[in-house]
Design a protein around this ligand. Structure first.
Ligand SMILES: [Zn+2]
Length: 397
């Protein structure tokens, strides 16, 4: 699946071009027609015709705006409906409701009671989403739902996210058919793991925008990555690509939750940093406390953070030597310690990659912060919209 060209079985070039313009509008706010032409590679005259047709069909809005000079700005029509992004973690869930141009209209979080099973979690998510739609919408329908969960999610070989996807962490979300989620919400649903979704958000809206090849790495309670290669999310044969957290860096290191020894996650995740920091500060219980102690001069807390940064830098060097992406974006909870962690990341990374890679692959920090998960779920929902939901009755014209 790709953001740029998803033409399905549309019968004509005209439909394909119209769809290309409408898909481009999914990840931008109101945009000048000239920019639409540049982004889609279509001629200004074609874009002008497509926009005029789409306006007549009620698919887009055209407003006057100023971008240096007075121009016509095009955006998707609010009447096309709403999408919801739901990011679930082990303790709480975040719901964002937005329009099909990725603009967030409502956001809310809710705690997840301990021991809640997936059915109970979906029930909470559905209730919060319904409230969001009622608050944000002006009678618009919910047309797509994206759900992210903090565990690997298997995909079908064709990568279709609208059919059964299965989470594989033992005892947690084993068997979670998207159809079942969809039936509860009354709208098509797709499911993905949180790192893929956050990668999609940073690629569409954040620090990765404009890249054809992107590696997004998320360091939080776990460590995962999302890969965009050649303008497509790369999921691998079974849907598990991006498990950078389980690259082994120290064969004698601590155990990870899957029983591996010394993998990146066991060395750099937030729980790993907390464990290391407790050697000198047994009372710390949050990352913010570790950062504060490190800034106040505690050598153990500072070392816990710099060790994590060095491990991340070494793992990134391996990944970049293999993939040479245009940009690496680092996000997740640990980036609250960016000032202490990133210099170590850069040092270890630069030592580990070929010199030519240092020039051709940028290393940057994510810009969407903790919103990336929910925004990613929303981007997932929007990207997975079937062509007909965007084209409406115009699909047959
Ligand atoms: Zn591991």
């Amino acid at each position: 699946m790709t953001r740029r060209t998803r033409t399905g079985d549309l019968p004509s070039l005209r439909h394909a071009n119209r769809l290309r313009v409408l898909r481009e509008l999914q990840f931008v706010g109101p945009v000048p027609q000239a920019e639409l032409a540049r982004k889609t590679g279509l001629s200004p005259a074609s874009v002008s015709n497509i926009v005029a047709d789409a306006l007549r069909a009620g698919l887009v809005n055209v407003t006057e705006g100023v971008r240096g000079r007075r121009v016509k700005l095009v955006s998707l029509s609010p009447s096309l409906g709403l999408a919801a992004g739901i990011a679930v973690d082990h303790r709480h869930l975040t719901v964002v409701v937005g329009n099909l141009s990725s603009q967030v209209l409502h956001a809310a979080t809710a705690p997840i009671p301990s021991g809640a099973d997936p059915a109970a979690v979906i029930e909470i998510a559905a209730r919060v989403t319904e409230e969001g739609v009622a608050t944000a919408g002006k009678g618009q329908q919910l047309v797509s739902v994206g759900l992210t969960i903090p565990t690997p999610v298997a995909s079908r070989p064709d990568g279709d996210l609208s059919v059964i996807r299965r989470a594989t962490a033992p005892g947690w979300w084993e068997m979670l058919p998207a159809e079942w989620v969809a039936s509860r919400f009354g709208a098509p649903a797709c499911i993905d793991n949180e790192a893929n979704a956050a990668a999609l958000a940073e690629w569409s809206l954040g620090a990765g925008s404009g890249c054809s090849d992107l590696l997004y790495v998320q360091v939080g309670d776990g460590v995962g990555a999302g890969l965009i290669l050649d303008d497509r999310m790369y999921r691998g044969a079974g849907g598990f690509a991006g498990e950078i957290g389980h690259i082994v860096l120290d064969p004698d290191g601590p155990l990870c939750r899957w029983g591996h020894r010394g993998c990146l996650e066991a060395l750099s995740s937030v729980p790993a940093v907390l464990d290391a920091a407790r050697v000198t500060c047994p009372d710390v219980s949050t990352l913010a406390e570790v950062i504060a102690r490190a800034e106040a001069g505690d050598p153990g807390c500072a070392q816990a953070l710099t060790d994590a940064g060095a491990a991340i830098g070494r793992a990134l060097a391996m990944a970049v030597n293999l993939l040479n992406p245009q940009r690496v974006v680092i996000g997740g909870l640990l980036m609250a310690a960016e000032a202490i962690v990133m210099p170590e990341v850069r040092t270890a990374y630069t030592r580990g990659v070929l010199p030519s890679m240092v020039v051709s692959t940028e290393l940057v920090v994510a810009t969407l912060g903790s919103d990336a998960g929910a925004l990613g779920a929303l981007a997932l929902a929007i990207q997975a919209l079937p062509d007909v939901a965007l084209l409406g009755s115009a699909v047959d014209s």
